[in-house]
Design a protein around this ligand. Structure first.
Ligand SMILES: [Zn+2]
Length: 463
């Protein structure tokens, strides 16, 4: 006899085919049935989803929990970060395994897995970071794939510690194809960014309000187009992380219209915030890389969402507390870079995308769940409401109106980039592999229940 059954009644299910009014039955860790009306006998838990939207659990392909940086750590570890994720309907996150000097990728992956396995309440995986190119790197990449990690992050600014030069990027791209894996790039031109910053520092223009001028559009735009060109020559797809600029988005649209397999991620800050934030008394809090840009960029990025140029929305969740941010003394050169927000992704994208700009819940589902699952080798186990898939399910109430307040957050961060934002809709229930881990009584999951997901291959999202 099967136990642990949950019947979600009369929801608006967002499946890959679109919206469907149906019941959804969970048995054990899997979705066992989806039908117009499901009647079952015996013991089960019923969730009334009438008037609610039922999404597959979100997959956040870009987070940095307990990231060691600026002589401290980002303020959410795998426990608090995964709790914040659960409160936001995120049932899978993909973080980064960044090897320390001389360390191979596979051992770094195992280390990070060890820590996450003890703390995370949702399922997780890692991208392996390539921090240099040398004769051992191809074998290193192969070993990472064998660990269940078929995705590689490259930080393009070769002027910084983690950066890889063009030769390394090209060779990594070539190698990724043979391994049925994907390369993701943080696309910024280090030479321009560094020299611009030096120039500004020489002139004493170190305040955060000057930050966007130290990293103008060209820094991202050039690197994006270079990454795409190198990928084209290598004959492989490439994934662009956290796209921030409207011009880059237009360039990418043209390339995608030519049929190029380029996958594009953006994050809520680049859609919803702009450089005006840097002019406020707490402007330094918003230091992130790339910097927040103009309102025009917000507009153009939303257009890119509407036109399907954007494939995924990650959060790049990497919060630092006010005190940590203050350690930079207000200078853009020394302030820890990164913003939190994983628990607000769905309500923000729903409000700003569906309610205000008329995109469909289906498109939200694709960008936040189905596409990341396909690209990063988790589909169809994750990223879809389908019989046989993991029962990772979010019940979202579109009728709730609320205001985002840092004081109410699950995240350990003591401030929110979205403080005071009004949102329509809220995550009511988050189910991970058949277990209710979040609902109106809060988080109800045991530390360490999340599992490492061995991923396989990569795939392209449906167009
Ligand atoms: Zn990042």
């Amino acid at each position: 006899m099967k136990e642990n059954r949950i019947l979600i009644k009369s929801g608006r299910l967002i499946t890959e085919q679109g919206e469907e009014a149906a019941d959804l039955l969970i048995e054990g860790e899997k979705i066992s049935a989806i039908a117009g009306s499901i009647q079952i006998k015996g013991k089960f838990k019923e969730i009334d989803a009438c008037g609610k939207i039922v999404f597959p659990g979100l997959i956040d392909p870009h987070v940095h929990f307990e990231l060691k940086a600026y002589n401290s750590f980002s303020s959410d570890d795998f426990f608090s970060g995964s709790r914040a994720a659960a409160a936001g309907g995120v049932t899978t996150f993909i973080d980064f395994a960044i090897p320390s000097q001389g360390q191979d990728m596979a051992s770094r992956i195992r280390e990070k897995c060890g820590s996450a396995a003890q703390k995370s309440i949702v399922d997780f995986s890692f991208h392996a970071q390539i921090t240099s190119w040398n004769p051992a790197t191809p074998d290193d990449m192969k070993a990472a794939v064998e660990e269940g990690v078929p995705s590689f992050k490259i930080f393009m600014p070769s002027t910084e510690g983690w950066g890889v030069d063009d030769y390394g990027i090209y060779r990594a791209l070539e190698n990724s194809a043979a391994l049925n894996s994907i390369v993701m790039v943080h696309a910024e031109n280090g030479s321009i960014a560094d020299s611009m910053a030096e120039e500004m520092l020489r002139k004493g223009k170190t305040g955060i309000a000057d930050f966007p001028r130290a990293r103008p559009d060209v820094v991202e735009r050039e690197a994006v187009s270079r990454a795409c060109l190198l990928a084209d020559e290598a004959g492989v797809p490439v994934y662009i992380c956290h796209l921030s600029g409207g011009k880059s988005a237009s360039d990418l649209r043209k390339l995608k219209m030519e049929g190029r397999d380029i996958l594009v991620e953006t994050t809520p800050p680049y859609l919803l915030l702009n450089r005006e934030k840097y002019n406020g008394p707490e402007g330094f809090l918003y230091a992130c890389s790339p910097p927040l840009r103009d309102q025009e960029d917000n507009y153009r990025l939303w257009r890119a969402v509407i036109e399907n140029t954007i494939d995924t929305i990650g959060t790049d969740h990497c919060p630092f507390k006010k005190k940590q941010k203050l350690s930079g003394g207000g200078s853009f050169a020394d302030t820890p870079m990164g913003l939190g927000g994983i628990e607000n992704t769905l309500e923000l994208i729903y409000t700003e995308g569906v309610v205000k700009r008329g995109i469909s819940p289906l498109q939200v589902m694709r960008m936040t769940s189905c596409n990341p699952a396909k690209i990063f080798g988790l589909y169809p186990r994750k990223g879809t409401l389908k019989e046989g898939s993991d029962a990772d399910v979010v019940v979202f109430n579109p009728d709730v109106k609320k205001t985002i307040r840092a004081g109410k957050m699950v995240s350990e961060s003591d401030w929110s980039p979205y403080e005071g934002f009004s949102v329509n809709g809220s995550v009511e229930t988050t189910i991970s592999r058949g277990e209710i881990i979040y609902n109106k009584s809060g988080i109800r999951a045991v530390k360490g229940r999340g599992k490492f997901l061995e991923r396989k291959g990569f795939g392209l999202p449906a167009t």
